[in-house]
Design a binder for this molecule. Structure first.
Ligand code: AMP
Length: 163
């Protein structure tokens, strides 16, 4: 999607993993949360996103992946976007059943993809992230995300036409 829209893909999980690989203080701090399937504290996450937004390639927009995940992050995002003179065009929900998610992630081979940790992430999603669907309801696109990647991608672009 980022390629097609010619904007950067900003994934907070990828940013945390890059920091972890380099053993930066941020990466070391984040690791304990990631390993447990818990969210990294909002202040840490927002500070990292703020820094990423300051890179030149982010000036004209981006696709955010895995952020915001809490109400305070959504509020912080609004403030950051206001500072940059940007607005959210759309919020995309990839709808997949919990069981399909577990099976997919177990096949992915990431060190935080054990069944216990995945199920904890799903609970955290229900508690802290799912309420954002209501918060973003006027810009929300829900896409059935069961199927091959290229088909799901087409569904997203099709649904975005209606936002
Ligand atoms: P992900 O790659 O999106 O699955 O994220 C991997 C892990 O990074 C999550 O389980 C969290 O521990 C952490 N993480 C990623 N994004 C966020 C976020 N927006 N807020 C807090 N923690 C996050």
């Amino acid at each position: 999607m980022a390629e097609r829209l010619d904007v950067p893909h900003i994934s907070t999980g990828d940013l945390f993993r890059a920091n972890l690989k380099e053993q930066t203080p941020l990466g070391v701090e984040a690791q304990k949360y990631m390993d447990a399937g818990e969210l990294v504290p909002d202040e840490v996450t927002v500070a990292m996103v703020r820094e990423r937004f300051g890179e030149p390639d982010a000036a004209k927009g981006f696709i955010l992946d895995g952020f915001p995940r809490t109400a305070p992050q959504a509020e912080a995002l609004q403030a950051l976007l206001d500072e940059q003179g940007l607005a959210l065009d759309a919020v995309v929900e990839f709808a997949v059943s919990d069981e399909v998610v577990v099976q997919r992630l177990l096949g992915r081979g990431r060190s935080d993809d054990t069944e216990d940790v995945i199920r904890r992430r799903q609970q955290v999603y229900r508690d802290d992230t799912a309420p954002l669907l209501e918060f973003y309801r006027d810009r929300l696109v829900s896409v059935d995300a069961v199927g091959p990647v290229d088909e799901v991608t087409e569904r997203v672009f099709g649904a975005l036409k209606d936002v």
